[in-house]
Design a protein around this ligand. Sequence first.
Ligand code: ZN
Length: 293
Amino acid sequence: MRHHFTIDVEEYFQVAALEPYVPRSDWARLESRVAGQMEQLLALLARHHARATCFVVGWLADRQRELIRTIAKAGHEIASHGWEHAKVTTLSPVQFRESVRRSKQVLEEIATTRVDGYRAPNFSIVQGREWALDILIEEGYRYDSSLFPVRRPGYGYPTGRADPYWIERAAGRIAEIPPTTLRCAGMRFPAAGGAYFRLFPYGLVRAALRQCERRGTPGTFYIHPWEIDPAQPRLAVSWLTSARHYGGLRRTLPRLERLLTEFRFRPIGETVPALARAHPSRREPAVLKERSA
Ligand SMILES: [Zn+2]
């Protein structure tokens, strides 16, 4: 069984939780650290013969073209994390279309490969924003990895499925590859990576991936380049944001070593064709019925 290793490629100052503290107009002035962080992650993945899906912020790709080419040449999949890391909940349909169209075009031009996948910043395709899926289909995306099937403040898609599935929409169908959750006492807990990987015991993510294996389905793990960088500039943020963003940074690399030793990983793009073969018809039950618009 190969799980999905995914990296949301963004700068330490582009994190959704830091939005109130770092205006976009400051981005170009701030120290860029992503190339050094990605160099470490790519070396780690290479040592373990693991390949990843990298959801890249378009704004960053445009300024770090060599980095994106290096990632693609190493055999990792390039996918979109939107143009400027804006949450879908803050965008109009027209703005969202522009963001996913522009990022796809620029990423494809730089990496000279097809871009099939999208992940919304902060998993922000929430209930009521399903129109985003139609736009992704219309813009040529084949899969989405934004519907986190949990109920959390600010994000989550509690009615989504835990394992990869097809979503039927008016515009066509799109594969949904949800971030991994742990099923425990009849409830689902986020266990896909990020802060849950840094701040909770390592056994959380491991148990969730083992549950996926018992169900015969790949799990989806995610991490950000800044999560392995304890030397990143510290921004003056609230106590809670600081604990979530800066907690456990030193733990991340050793834990990733362990994860990559215990599990095998491949990009999401290699799962989607198998999912299509398993469900060739468009007649499988649609999970997300289009509500009256
Ligand atoms: Zn992000």
